[in-house]
Write a protein that binds this ligand. Structure first.
Ligand code: GLA
Length: 388
C-alpha cells in the first residue's frame, strides 16, 4: 500500500468535515530567504526559494454566498457571508485565509457575484520559525480562489493580495518577499526579485549537482511580526530615507554611505548601512552564483549575518550561536533567514557535513542551556500549484 500524501489527507479531512468530496486541492510552500533581509519594503532586492514544506487547501463549491474555513490547527471552523467580509470582521488564524478572500476584492475581483466555498487547510510549514507559514497559507488560498472563481489574476498580483491580507487584516507591516517566493519559485532554483519593479528572474542553484545542502536550524525561539521590532526597523528605514531625501533606501548606494554617516544619527546610520550593503550583497550573490556556482557564495552569506547582527540588530543569541557553530564546523556560509527576533538560521553545507553540523549545533545549544533546536535539510521546490 502506498502512503497517503498530504494532498490525499487534506482531501480526506475536507470530506470528513463537510460530508462530500472537494472539487480541487491546491498547495503553496514556505520559503527560505537565501539573502536580502528587510530589503523588500525598501524597494530593494531579495533572493529566496520555496522549501518542500507546504500548506495544502481542499476546496468545495457551494450554491450560496457563505465561506466556511476549517483546518487541522484548531477544532474551530469559521463561517462568514461574503457580503460581510471586511478587515475588521476577521481575527485569529482564519484572518489569513479569509483576509485573502477580502484582499482579492481589492485587486479587481468582483466578490458580489462569486459563490461561497468550503475550505479545509493543513500545513507542514513550521509556525513561528521564520519560514513563512503564513505566506504558504495565503498563497495556497489565493491560487485556489483565483482558479475556482476564474478571476484570472497573475501570480505577482496574487502575491500582492497575500501581502495586503497580511498588512491590513493580520496587521503585520511586512513586504512582498514571502508571498513572491511562495508563488514564483521553481525546483532547485531561487527567485531574484526586484521589489521595486517586481521583475523576477528564476536562477538555478544547482545544489544537487554540486553536492550541497541548505540546512535549516530552527532555534524554536518564535517570532511575531505584528508586534515590536519589525515595525520599528521599518520605521527607522523610512526615517533614514526621508533624512537622505530619497524615495526609499533602494536609491542609496554603498558609495553614498560616507555622506549618510554625516547626516544620520548613529543608530539610523547602522540601519541604513545594513539595507544598502545587503542590496549590494544580493546583487553580488546572484553574480557569484552565475559565475562560480553556489559553493562560492559563502562569504556573502556570512557578511549578511554580521550586518543583521551588528547593524540591523535583529538576531538573538540562539541564532548567533547556530550560525557561528555551523561556520566553525565547516559550513560554506551561514546566516539568519527571515524577519528576525527568533526563527531560523540557514547553513550552506557540503552534503557529507550535514550530520556533523547538526550534532555540533545541538551540543552547543545544550551547553548554553538553550532549548534544543530543530534541524532539517530543505530542498528548493516548486511554488504554489494545483495538485488535484
Ligand atoms: C518577514 C517579512 C518579509 C521580509 C522579511 C525580512 O519575512 O514578511 O516581508 O521583510 O521578514 O527580509
Amino acid at each position: 500500500m502506498t502512503e497517503a500524501t498530504p494532498i490525499d489527507e487534506t482531501a480526506a479531512g475536507f470530506s470528513e468535515r463537510y460530508g462530500r468530496a472537494p472539487v480541487g486541492v491546491w498547495s503553496a510552500p514556505g520559503r527560505v530567504n537565501l539573502i536580502g533581509e528587510h530589503t523588500d519594503y525598501n524597494d530593494g532586492f531579495v533572493f529566496p526559494f520555496a522549501i518542500d514544506q507546504r500548506a495544502v487547501v481542499a476546496l468545495g463549491a457551494r450554491d450560496d454566498r457563505v465561506v466556511r474555513v476549517s483546518s487541522t490547527f484548531t477544532p474551530e471552523a469559521v463561517e462568514i457571508h461574503l457580503d460581510d467580509l471586511t478587515p475588521e470582521s476577521l481575527d485569529g488564524w482564519s484572518a489569513y485565509p479569509l483576509g485573502v478572500a477580502w484582499a482579492l476584492g481589492q485587486f479587481g475581483a468582483d466578490l458580489s457575484t462569486v459563490p461561497g466555498v468550503d475550505l479545509h487547510i493543513s500545513s507542514s510549514v513550521p509556525v513561528g520559525a521564520g519560514l513563512s507559514s503564513s505566506a504558504a497559507i495565503e498563497s495556497s488560498i489565493a491560487l485556489a480562489l483565483d482558479d475556482h472563481w476564474n478571476l484570472g489574476l497573475d501570480r505577482p498580483t496574487l502575491a500582492k493580495v497575500g501581502q495586503l491580507a497580511e498588512n491590513r487584516v493580520v496587521g503585520a507591516p511586512t513586504g512582498i518577499l514571502d508571498q513572491s517566493a511562495s508563488l514564483l519559485s521553481h525546483a532547485d532554483a531561487a527567485v531574484f526579485l526586484d521589489c521595486r519593479s517586481l521583475d523576477a528572474e528564476v536562477i538555478p542553484l544547482g545544489l544537487v549537482a554540486d553536492g550541497l545542502s541548505i540546512l535549516v536550524i530552527d532555534t524554536n525561539v518564535t517570532h511575531a511580526h505584528a508586534t515590536g521590532g519589525y515595525a520599528a526597523r521599518r520605521a527607522s528605514c523610512e526615517s533614514g530615507a526621508k533624512t537622505l531625501g530619497v524615495e526609499s533606501l533602494r536609491d542609496v548606494h554603498v558609495g553614498d554611505l560616507d555622506r549618510a554617516a554625516t547626516v544620520l544619527d548613529e543608530e539610523t546610520f547602522r540601519r541604513v548601512r545594513h539595507i544598502v550593503s545587503e542590496n549590494q550583497r544580493v546583487l553580488d550573490t546572484v553574480r557569484t552564483l552565475r559565475e562560480h556556482g553556489a559553493g562560492a557564495i559563502g562569504p556573502l552569506l556570512d557578511a549578511s549575518h554580521v550586518s543583521m547582527r551588528d547593524d540591523f540588530e535583529i538576531t538573538v543569541p540562539e541564532i548567533d550561536l547556530a550560525v557561528s557553530t555551523a561556520q566553525a564546523h565547516g559550513a560554506i556560509g551561514a546566516r539568519m533567514t527571515g524577519g528576525g527576533f527568533g526563527g531560523s538560521a540557514i547553513a550552506l553545507v557540503i552534503d557529507a557535513l550535514v550530520p556533523v553540523i547538526e550534532r555540533e549545533v545541538r551540543a552547543a545549544f545544550a551547553e548554553q542551556g538553550y532549548r534544543a533546536p530543530t534541524t532539517f535539510v530543505v530542498r528548493p521546490s516548486e511554488g504554489a500549484r494545483r495538485d488535484a
